[in-house]
Design a protein around this ligand. Structure first.
Ligand code: PGA
Length: 257
């Protein structure tokens, strides 16, 4: 069975002080959760203090981006080795906001994914179509390109420890989540793509998260889909209470039902 993974993507929010206060209150709400991976993704400036605050708990750390070189004259960039050094286990790569506002390409996503693996950071590769692409019937083709380009050249071991997030752009920050059927359809496609390149065994190990307006009240129906292995949560992860409710909803579906 795949361990469910719930990631809170803080985006451009929380000072270091706010970040530490947040994880302390989150931890008090989810301290008893053991069978789910709970991950928070602060800004780069918050990583170190959050890592210290999380030291002995059950919450893990992700960065929101990474560069593919490990050192050198690349002003403004942060390397995979630096992220590992401050205590990150995961790194989000290719979020649609980075693709949309910062010119992230599939080629760059692939470089970052490989660099992350080279430093034992697990990448969370974001994919997803725009509304225009969905309405034009291109969802499958768009996601297929993003997945195949993003994972190109990975070994079977590397892909097995890679997380793929399906985040329809039209659902991010809009309050309009994909329906469980829409999510399941694309998640199943992603798993099929991985099985065609590697094997069904390898594909069965890859965790595929849904993201896009995940909230406490829609988590259960999304996570109940057979190929939905977790959630990448933006807005609803910025409050400890609502993020904890999402974690609890996942626990209920996986371990009580
Ligand atoms: P949202 O963001 O939950 O606010 O829709 C999700 C994301 O961008 O990862």
């Amino acid at each position: 069975m795949r361990t469910p993974i719930i990631v809170g993507n803080w985006k451009l929010n929380k000072t270091s002080r706010e970040a530490v206060a947040f994880v302390k209150s989150l931890w008090s709400l989810v301290a008893d959760v053991t069978d789910i991976e709970i991950v928070v993704a602060p800004t780069f400036t918050g990583l170190s203090v959050v890592a210290q605050a999380l030291a002995s708990g059950n919450i893990r750390l992700a960065a929101q981006d990474v560069f593919w070189e490990n050192s050198g004259a690349f002003t403004g960039e942060v390397s995979p080795g630096m992220l590992k050094d401050v205590g990150c286990d995961y790194v989000i790569i290719g979020h649609s906001e980075r693709r949309q506002y910062f010119g992230e390409t599939d080629e760059n996503v692939n470089r970052k994914v490989k660099a992350a693996h080279a430093h034992s950071l697990k990448p969370i590769i974001c994919t997803g179509e725009s509304l225009e692409e969905r309405e034009a019937g291109k969802t499958g083709a768009v996601v297929k390109d993003q997945v195949l380009n993003g994972i190109a050249g990975l070994s079977a071991d590397q892909i097995a420890s890679t997380v793929i997030a399906y985040e329809p752009v039209w659902a991010i920050g809009t309050g309009h989540n994909a329906t469980p059927d829409q999510a399941q359809e694309v998640h199943a496609l992603i798993r099929l793509l991985v099985s065609e390149i590697y094997s069904t065994d390898v594909a069965a190990q890859v965790r595929i998260q849904y993201g896009g307006s995940v909230k406490p009240d829609n988590t259960a129906e999304l996570i109940a889909q057979p190929d939905v292995d977790g959630a990448l949560v933006g807005t609803a992860s910025w409050e400890a209470e609502s993020f904890a409710q999402i974690v609890k909803a996942v626990c209920n579906v996986f371990f009580i039902n």
